[in-house]
Design a binder for this molecule. Structure first.
Ligand code: UGA
Length: 422
């Protein structure tokens, strides 16, 4: 009779299976364990995360640490409680300054920025290094990423959102209109959606723009003036933002403050703005264009120094009332405000160039051109009495003083020596 070679009979206990069987059983078990822990539950929403990496325990710990206010923060001492602020556009010009100011006084601050390449992202990365050093973690992601926003609100009960992420620049709107709709309309709605669903709802302060005054001829511009004649798509998206703010305040009880910034300038500024690229071009000996209005009228701006703007932003946070809703439901009327933050002292662009020439000790090579029909307006001038009354806002830096600080920073930064002086 042939010997029975089956391994499963005629074996006595204890039975030791062959090593190959043990190996394959282990592989199979490991595979099952992997599939169980890595497959999404059947009703999980689709993963809408963009390529930028966020999430994970280490990431959450950094968000939490950054959001934690100092126990002896002045906000707390002043009876405003502990503030945790989400600052969007934190690697941007105004966003980086405001984040540092809040962090330095003891508030918890989490930054959010998509580091897009509208202008040199290495400047944004340099600003981020300053924020890192100060203990502000900047999450890399987009305000249109609903899953990311909802995750951030899951982790932190933000008391305030300082929404400064936007597609800026008046003239670029003719080149890339979609980017204005993406950031200033869809992105703003994304922020309001996340805030209205959060529990507790944060108070929101966000950046509108002096450009909403558009073709207004009544000066100085007051918040009570009509703003229904925007001169650029950029201005139109900011104006639309103000209307959208009204809707979210009305339906959901969100406390919202819009700030109309007037041509903000200063150290760590935006390279797409005239004072910045004039400085670069004057130093390189390249020609610059100064625009003039019809009948050779001077084009002028109410240039406003960054430190004054930061004080206005912080005061807006400190005077913002709480939102009244929670988890998407309104419980009562909430605060809705719009403030001009300007210098209330317009200066012709030709004068700005004179100041730069003196500071740089270099003559500019100037072409005077008619103002192009690409969204620019001839004149801006802020009436700031409302902000003075409600925010105790009082700009203290004239253009000469502010440009001196900018030029000092510029020369330092581009000689590879940037130091952060908040
Ligand atoms: O305050 C605002 O609402 C706006 O201020 C700036 O917009 P703008 O005032 O046009 O600032 P710049 O682009 O720096 O232009 C400053 C002045 O220089 C003039 N300019 C600009 C470029 C140029 O080549 N030549 C020239 O004379 C412009 O006409 C303008 O009068 C910002 O770029 C906007 O994001 C912001 O919302």
């Amino acid at each position: 009779m042939a010997a029975d070679r089956s391994p499963f009979i005629h074996r006595r206990w204890p039975y030791y299976p062959p090593p190959r069987l043990i190996f394959w059983t282990a592989v199979f078990a490991a595979l099952i364990v992997f599939l169980v822990f890595h497959s999404p539950p059947p009703d999980a929403p689709p993963d809408r995360r963009p390529t930028a990496a966020w999430g994970g325990q280490g990431w959450e710990r950094r968000v939490l640490a950054s959001a934690r206010p100092r126990s002896n923060s002045p906000s707390h001492a002043a009876g405003r409680g502990h503030l945790s602020v989400l600052v969007t556009g934190a690697a941007g010009f105004v966003g980086s300054h405001v984040s540092l100011a809040l962090k330095h006084r003891g508030d918890g601050v989490v930054g959010l920025d998509n580091f897009n390449n509208y202008y040199d992202p290495s400047l944004k990365r340099a600003r981020r290094r300053n924020l890192d050093r100060a203990g502000v973690f900047v999450v890399e992601g987009d305000i249109n990423d609903a899953a990311l926003l909802s995750k951030l609100f899951d982790i932190v009960a933000f008391t305030h959102v300082m929404h400064l992420a936007a597609q800026a620049g008046v003239r670029y709107a003719m080149k890339n209109p979609a980017s204005y709709v993406h950031s200033n309309i869809a992105g703003l709605v994304g922020i309001f959606e996340a805030c209205k669903s959060a529990n507790p709802q944060p108070s929101i302060v966000w950046a509108s723009s002096s450009s909403v005054y558009g073709l207004n001829s009544k000066v100085p511009f007051s918040e009570k003036d009509q703003t229904d004649k925007p001169a650029s798509l950029y201005a139109a998206t900011k104006k639309a933002g103000e209307e959208i703010a009204h809707t979210y305040n009305h339906i959901y009880g969100l406390s919202i403050t819009g700030l109309r910034f007037f041509t903000v300038y200063g150290p760590w500024g935006r390279p797409d703005m005239a004072y910045y690229f004039f400085t670069k071009d004057i130093l390189k000996g390249k020609p610059i264009s100064i625009f003039e209005g019809p009948n050779h009228v001077s084009v002028a701006r109410d240039f406003t120094y960054i430190d004054d703007i930061v004080r206005g932003c912080v005061a807006s946070i400190d005077t913002a009332q709480e939102s009244t809703g929670s988890g998407g439901k309104k419980k009562g009327a909430a605060q809705l405000r719009v403030f001009n933050l300007g210098n209330t002292s317009p200066v012709p662009v030709s004068k700005l160039v004179n100041i730069l020439e003196k500071l740089l000790k270099t003559r500019a090579n100037i072409n005077v051109l008619p103002i192009p029909r690409n969204g620019d307006v001839v004149y801006t001038h802020a009436n700031i009495s409302y902000a003075m009354r409600e925010l105790h806002y009082k700009p203290t830096t004239d253009l000469q003083t502010g440009l001196k600080k900018f030029v000092h920073w510029y020369l330092d930064f581009y000689s590879g020596n940037a130091k952060w002086v908040p």
